[in-house]
Design a protein around this ligand. Structure first.
Ligand code: F6R
Length: 613
């Protein structure tokens, strides 16, 4: 989703802005642009396509200036083209503005401005905002920061913005509401960005803006943060822990492959300090600190989108089995617009890699307003969801850059496993022997993932067989059903092959009509209490000549004899199965997408951080 970078200091702004835009590419975008102030000129350059297209179009342009703002746009209002790309000038071309989010009342504002003689070049809501700021500034004869405050009071919707003024080359104004914005504090230089990745190589000191806050950033002066009523706020500087090397590809051809291979380490990092095998102990501080909430929960509501929602579905199986608490798993986007029944003794778990997903944030607010206790499972430290929930656990997997979520998914699942074990033990709803067995097995999971990763080239070979396919079906039962959904999502989002996941027994209620000798069916047929039932489901597919690729455990003999292709994974406790069975499916999707020449890390139409609903 759209990305913002800004710079003011003693260095040339352009290279810093361009590098920053490259760092934000992982969010997904379709055009890019930059605005620079050089003397009495405010220059804007834009290009449809990639940041490299923007760079190319700037080769013969004046890119001087020590202040500037830059943007990657992911189209919402108006098609992705040069005109709709940001920054946008105001009518007099004295202001330039970049914007993430959606101005919901832009049509009404635009009509009002048109009646006052303003004309518009683009179809965007962003251009309406910059014109509004200019109108407020001139009609109220006020300065730019007051004009931004007054204009934003008229705005309904979500925004993170940055504005520069030609006649004021020592000032950037930035503001946010429901869309993230970070200010980086360097030595006599300041940065702004939609997340910390463009800033980290210059400084680790940042300020996270809160909703309806405005940062007034002047050259050589500490930034001033005020709210829309001009009430100043004490600066709260946070120290970033992310390192630059964590953002690089580390020798892998794609971030996605690097992130798949990192999972042995990331799961260890996620368990560190939370599991002690010697003492048979699992403890998450967020659970311990809020023990009563979990022990007395009438129900657990899990809210998430996409891959995080699939992790939530695994959570449902876990909490019901080990904690005996009823669970509902909801798409945040549906939940927020229903009239959901929320009880004050509900525990709500919001799951999000980015911590910025607009629908999940809105669903959290709804739950909080109804008095529920809200617990976040997030990856990005300091992002909006951890700051808007009562408590939570980080997944601690480091930055996930590939748009398709991989290491964040396994860590979300692991956090849910640890939560279920922790609560189940406190509630005494999990037999001690079973608890100990699972714990011992959990410790072995990273090594078992390593064994699966060793089969990478075999899976790559297998992927060649399937590049012809236009459709795929994935099926599984019990804990493997969410993995069927997640396997299918991974394949469709990066290879653009249509894929659907089903609970295996549902096949005969409709989807089995799709089966013929061209249809690849991926079956997760690992050990567990529905293993024999899955075998019957495989027979139903075979009888209709479907081509089966089965994920089986070592030493399996039944499924191996029926399937066309198999990938073996180590055996484990049934509830831990998802941590292993998803790995070959991630690799399979990756290799099929590479063979088809897809842009694996930045698939078309997708964004890493979905900050609009
Ligand atoms: C798929 C994927 C998305 C995200 C979804 C939610 O690979 O990454 O489906 O899971 O957009 O994002 P977060 O987890 O950041 O809330």
């Amino acid at each position: 989703m759209c990305g913002i970078v800004g710079y003011i200091g003693n260095q040339d702004a352009y290279p810093i802005l361009i590098k920053g835009l490259h760092r934000l590419e992982y969010r997904g975008y379709d055009s890019a642009g930059v605005a620079l102030i050089d003397g009495d000129q405010l220059n804007i350059y834009k290009a449809k396509g990639k940041v490299s297209d923007l760079e190319e179009s700037c080769t013969s342009k004046n890119i001087a200036g020590t202040i500037g703002i830059a943007h990657t746009r992911w189209a919402t209002h108006g098609e992705p083209n040069h005109i709709n790309a940001h920054p946008h000038y105001s009518q007099s071309a004295d202001l330039a503005l970049i914007h993430n989010g959606i101005i919901e009342n832009y049509a009404v504002l635009k009509e009002g401005l048109k009646q006052k003689g303003y004309t518009f070049q683009s179809q965007t809501d962003t251009e309406v905002l910059v014109q509004l700021i200019e109108y407020v500034k001139t009609s109220n004869k006020t300065d730019i920061s007051t004009a931004v405050q007054l204009a934003l009071k008229q705005v309904v919707g979500a925004y993170a913005i940055a504005v520069v003024e030609k006649s004021n080359p020592d000032l950037i104004i930035a503001a946010r509401k429901s869309s993230p914005l970070v200010v980086g504090i360097g030595e006599n230089e300041y940065f702004i960005a939609s997340d910390a990745s463009p800033i980290i190589e210059y400084t680790n000191k940042v300020i996270y803006l809160e909703d309806e806050e405005i940062a007034i950033i002047r050259r050589q002066e500490p930034p001033k943060i005020v709210n829309l009523n001009n009430v100043p706020k004490t600066l709260q500087i946070t120290q970033l822990e992310m390192s630059l090397s964590e953002l690089e590809k580390g020798g892998y051809p794609h971030f996605m492959l690097k992130e798949i291979f990192e999972q042995t380490r990331t799961l260890r990092d996620c368990m560190r300090g939370r599991i002690n095998i010697d003492n048979n102990h699992v403890a998450l501080s967020g659970i311990i600190d809020n023990k009563d909430k979990f022990l007395n929960a009438r129900r657990i509501l899990i809210l998430a989108c996409g891959t995080s929602w699939h992790a939530g579905l695994i959570g449902e199986y876990l909490f019901e089995e080990f904690c005996r608490i009823p669970v509902e798993v909801e798409y945040s986007s549906e939940f927020r617009y229903r009239k959901p029944v929320i009880y004050p003794d509900d525990v709500v778990i919001a799951i999000s890699q980015s911590g910025e997903t607009a629908d999940t944030l809105a669903a959290i607010e709804l739950a909080k307003n109804a008095g529920a206790f809200v617990y976040g499972i997030c990856n990005v430290v300091g992002s909006s969801i951890p700051r808007h929930t009562h408590s939570g656990s980080y997944t601690h997997v480091g930055p996930e850059i590939g748009v398709a979520s991989t290491k964040a998914f396994t860590a979300q699942t692991l956090v849910l496993i640890m939560m279920a074990l922790n609560i189940g033990k406190e509630k005494k709803t999990i037999p001690q022997k079973q608890f100990e067995k699972i714990l011992l097995e959990l410790d072995k999971i990273p090594d078992k993932i390593e064994m699966i990763l060793e089969q990478n080239s075999k899976i790559e070979d297998l992927s060649k067989i399937f590049t012809y396919a236009h459709n795929f079906i994935y099926m599984g039962r019990g804990y493997s059903f969410p993995i069927a959904l997640e396997g299918a999502l991974k394949l469709k989002e990066i290879s653009y092959i249509h894929a659907e996941g089903y609970p295996a027994a549902e096949m005969k209620h409709g989807p089995i009509a799709l089966i013929d000798n061209e249809m690849p069916v991926v079956v997760i047929a690992t050990n567990g209490h529905t293993y024999d039932k899955t075998i019957s489901n495989i027979q139903e597919i075979k009888a209709r000549k479907g081509r089966i690729l089965a994920i089986v455990n070592k030493y399996d003999d039944k499924v191996k004899n029926m399937a066309d292709y198999v990938i073996e994974i180590p055996d484990t406790e049934e509830c831990l199965g998802p941590l292993l069975s998803i790995i070959p499916l991630q690799l399979l999707s990756y290799h099929i997408a590479v063979k088809k020449g897809r842009n694996v890390d930045m698939p078309r139409n997708l964004a890493k951080s979905v900050t609009v609903e």
